[in-house]
Design a protein around this ligand. Sequence first.
Ligand SMILES: Cc1ncc(COP(=O)(O)O)c(C=O)c1O
Length: 311
Amino acid sequence: MSASLPDFPWDTSAEAEALAGSHPDGIVDLSIGTPVDPVAPVIREALAAASSAPGYPATAGTARLREAAVAALDRRFGITGLTKAAVLPVIGSKELIAWLPTLLGLGPADVVVAPELAYPTYDVGARLAGAQVLLADSLTQLGPQSVTLVYLNSPSNPTGRVLGAEHLRKVVGWSRDRGVVVASDECYLGLGWDAEPLSVLHPSICDGDHTGLLALHSLSKSSSLAGYRAGFVAGDPALVVELLAVRRHARNDGADAGAGCHGGRAGRRRSRKAAARAVRAAAGGPVAGAALSRFCYRLFGSRTLLVGHPR
Ligand SMILES: Cc1ncc(COP(=O)(O)O)c(C=O)c1O
């Protein structure tokens, strides 16, 4: 598999780094944009207060986390019309970008469009899925080509280019007409300098219709949290639900300890009741005690489901 991928970007710059390092004034190394500002005390305190977390986290994240993301997108970027069902936390946005074409079920017949000079993982993710990659900065470059997924990145890494509203509207309209998914990497959205970057989910861009749109957000740069691997994707609820459905199979999917429906003692009681109902339905009648436990084992491969099993 690795043979189908390009050389790892930072490995390729070793020679240039050595040459620049031999300059009498040394090297100005801009190769890896890793945050250096300290993590804000309010974040560190909140993380420390929540550090006793022995259970598996829910792939969907807690309801509070998703609600906070919805509120932040509205407050910071004027994105309206999202619900928490349209948000999914990810372990840093890079892993989502690397797996997005795979998670969406893309394959050799699919074309992924990425900016010509871009963050390398758009290309890598398409290759991991076995999809084709087309580098283009404008729709006219695509011609009659049939496309499945288009990446945008504004402000761009590495150029800093901020796409204007007209450009974004054009891409959204073009994609909507063709059923193409737009994945807008917005990890630098809050870091505009002399222009106001806009999300594809902003009502002035998508007219309040998030169909086919995914905005990828990261806390790495905006909050100096690269070490914590914290990001999320928001947008078309149908796409987000599909991503969640696949990702749950690839992780230890635990319960939302804050949601109440599976969390806490009351939640566990409800889970037990739901498991017992499933077992009784499968058995076609009432089952009790040890028999219930045996049935549970046969059905789910574990008796521990009765006391709260990581899903
Ligand atoms: C354009 C772009 N997208 C995504 C990422 C990934 O960020 P993270 O995985 O830390 O969320 C980076 C990191 O440098 C980036 O520059």
